[in-house]
Write a protein that binds this ligand. Structure first.
Ligand code: ZN
Ligand code: ZN
Length: 383
């Protein structure tokens, strides 16, 4: 392969980004890097500061008004990198442990190829988004007028998948990634001496009953054909070894693939908590928040994505994913407005898991992402 090939350029971009990871909405340097590269391709329709440090670059060709969008995420994670790579993170406590450095480099490669070739007739918006890991960046771009300023009819997104071989591809129609809800329940009573439990209204024993009872939501209240998870992950009290607690806090995380299921989990949680609090004469509060909504692929676009995948990767390597993933993605927010499809590219069988301190995006995946999306764009603009 020639030394100045696009593969080498993308690899260099990816490694440069890996060295200076940025967290959440604070992706200023990454956005500046993206804008500089886009300009170097000859793209001049570039808008920065969309929803914070988001970037939108628009490429118009021919006369068709049909517009599509392709989105990559730019943010890193608060994890101390534990690799010995020569291009490892130079920022203490922050690393690209989800491969968003690779996603950004892939979308730059797609933009470069499409800018330098005459492959389609229409409009493409390349969207570079901050704060995916928080689940806030997509909505921030939408709230900043993304859909009005850069209107598009459909949107495409992607993520690398550790464990899946390089050059492999998966997606599925319908639910592909779950909603994530967080909750905190407080049981409030009167603490007191461990030797006189009859005097106060302690909260520890009721909290334990409540934790057990919360497990009946999935097993007794949700339709068995729906996927749902209710995980209590923390029990924190103000008690001590000889002090019965007057306050118990129960924290956790719930996953589901339909809004109705998420609402049912919250509703059942309220009924069960009210019942147990009343039994023990306690006050209670529930804070239930929806961090990520479920990511539901459009059926037709997903079928189309698989067809393109089979053409690019071959039928053996482009597969229909059997099951959705119980991870979450804020790409789902765009799908509140337009149909879209989210796909996975293999990051290699030996890849460390996502959000792991030894993880690294596999540079061999870059060209597969570009190859796939260039073919996809051509197919979407066919007359
Ligand atoms: Zn992540
Ligand atoms: Zn990610």
């Amino acid at each position: 392969m020639e030394i100045n090939s696009q593969y080498h350029r993308m690899r260099d971009w990816r490694r440069a980004l890996h060295q200076v990871p940025e967290f959440g909405f604070d992706t200023k340097k990454t956005a500046a890097f993206v804008i500089e590269k886009l300009r170097s391709f000859g793209l001049d329709n570039i808008t920065g500061d969309v929803g914070g440090n988001g970037v939108v670059a628009t490429l118009k060709r021919g006369t068709s008004r049909k517009a599509i969008a392709i989105r990559a995420d730019m943010d890193a994670l608060m994890i101390e990198e534990k690799t010995n790579l020569e291009y490892r993170s130079t920022i203490p406590g922050i690393m690209h442990a989800c491969g968003h450095d690779g996603h950004t480099a892939t979308l730059l490669g797609i933009a470069e190829t499409l800018t330098k070739n005459d492959y389609f007739d229409g409009v493409i918006h390349f969207i570079f988004q901050p704060a995916e890991e928080w689940g806030k960046g997509a909505q921030a771009m939408i709230d900043d007028g993304l859909m009005q300023k850069f209107p598009f009819e459909e949107i495409w997104g992607f993520h690398n998948m550790p464990g899946m071989p390089i050059g492999n591809f998966e997606t599925r129609p319908g639910p592909i990634m779950s909603a994530e809800d967080n909750f905190e329940i407080q049981l409030i009573g009167i603490g007191g001496h461990a030797s006189k439990p009859q005097v106060g209204k302690e909260t520890m024993l009721p909290a334990c009953s409540l934790i057990m009872a919360l497990q009946t939501i999935v097993s007794r209240r949700i339709d068995p054909t729906d996927i749902a998870v209710v995980s209590v992950t923390e029990l924190i009290t103000d008690g001590s070894r000889n002090i019965l607690p007057g306050l118990s806090r129960i924290l956790g995380d719930a996953r589901s693939f339909r809004n109705e299921v998420s609402l049912a989990i919250e509703n059942e949680m309220t009924v069960i908590t009210a019942g147990i609090a009343s039994t023990h004469g306690l006050d209670y509060s529930i804070n239930y928040t929806r961090e990520f909504i479920p990511l539901i692929n459009n059926d037709k676009l997903a079928e189309h994505a698989i067809k393109v995948g089979q053409k690019v990767f071959g039928p053996e390597r482009a597969k229909l994913a059997n099951q959705p993933v119980t991870g979450s993605e804020d790409f789902a927010r765009f799908l509140d407005h337009v149909p879209g499809c989210y796909v996975f590219f293999g990051n290699g069988e030996n890849s460390a898991p996502l959000h792991n301190s030894s993880y690294d995006f596999n540079d061999d995946a870059l060209e597969h992402g570009v190859n796939y999306f260039v073919n996809l764009v051509q197919s979407r603009f066919k007359p």
